[in-house]
Design a protein. Sequence first.
Length: 121
Amino acid sequence: MLVGILDSSTFTKFEQLEAEDPSARKEVDGYKIYMSRAMPLSSRKPVLSDLSEARLGDFEQTDFIMPDLYRAPEVALGMQWSHPVDIWGLGMVIWDLFEGTGSLKRKKKTAITLSECSLQR
């Protein structure tokens, strides 16, 4: 989801934060993966983007889809899923937008994934 930023000083603040306190990162298969920083809310309308995980067809799927943070329980369990998982993902995004924090959090630093965390809730 993309949201426009009207005030370009937002980017300056992000650059300063990155210089002062670099984002957590890890390397997987030669690629660096950086932890995202929270974005301030904007008065602009969000636009859906990156539909690379879109599935066509009106039948149940079993592929592993969705970012870990928003993954529906049936997807995390490897069960068959259909269009309702989109509503789950949308609900998770709306929660993040209005609450400013993810609805699923680990209580301690552990090796469990957020998918496992969502199943425990």
